[in-house]
Design a protein around this ligand. Sequence first.
Ligand code: DP6
Length: 332
Amino acid sequence: MRQIGRCRAHTNIALIKYWGKRNNDLFLPMNSSLSLTLDAFYTDTSVTLDSNLEMDEFFLNGMKQDKDETKKISRFLDLFRQTANSDVHAKIESYNHVPTAAGLASSASAFAALAGAANTAWQLNLDKQTLSTYARRGSGSSTRSIYGGLVEWNMGEGDISESSYAIEIDDASWDIGMIVIAINKNKKKLSSRIGMKLTVDTSPFYPVWVTEAKNDLIAMKEAIKQKDFIKLGEITESNGMKMHATMLGATPPISYWEPDSVKAINKVKEIRNNGIPCYVTMDAGPNVKVLCRQSQMSDILDKLKESFTNDQLICSAVGEGIKQLTDTEWSY
Ligand code: DP6
């Protein structure tokens, strides 16, 4: 038996951050979050079911992965095997399309693409909302990469896995874009998974973070309804800073920042003070992401080039949700 599923998923950047789980096994978050899907960064993945295989095989960018990496993928695919009542193994091939300088290899696009491909391979026909709950079990942020545009990940209730899913709340087709300032492409020192757990367990600021994130989400959804870019940007910047402030309160303190992250933040402020609205956000690494109007991207880029090299600056339009790839679209 050979059945194939092939899927593309784009990465996403949270404007209201997810930072902490209430249930570590089920990847249930402490707060709802909201993100923008990016066109410039994506993962293509194929899942080929093969009854001759005795275990799953996982290839990333053409290279066969070791047992530990393969095990993570196998455990994730077990969710699909259970649903399909199948015990067949699969060959998984994944290609990350992330400019090498960016160091943005993202678990968000990876598990969303894998979920989309597995759904087709096992012919499960799960709808997108359900698929987002499956993607969540690979990595929280991938819940949101099932959809394009502006996406809300609803935290859900209690320990009910099906209640915590993503939905697209707006297509973000009102002049929105993002510039990634790549500060450092090295692998991050502390994974988000460990960093967020340490923050939940030890930061005295954590309860305040949860309250703030809830309020920021309400205000941001209102700004989106009004298509108010300035408000969207202000809340984005403030929410990201509050997440990093909460981590600094952990024991030991967590900081993903580097000197050049501060340089980037100050440069963006300077551009903004000179009249072009643009706002920063950062995740579990030193790179700085700049939310801006798509139509003003090239002006902002010119200014950023005064401080950063061309290959450190990557522009992205708004990305779409997961998409099945046909034989001809699969070009590897
Ligand atoms: C800072 O989704 O990578 O990017 O669920 O443990 O896999 P796991 O964590 P992950 O965390 C993302 C954290 C963040 C904020 C966000 O994307 O919301």
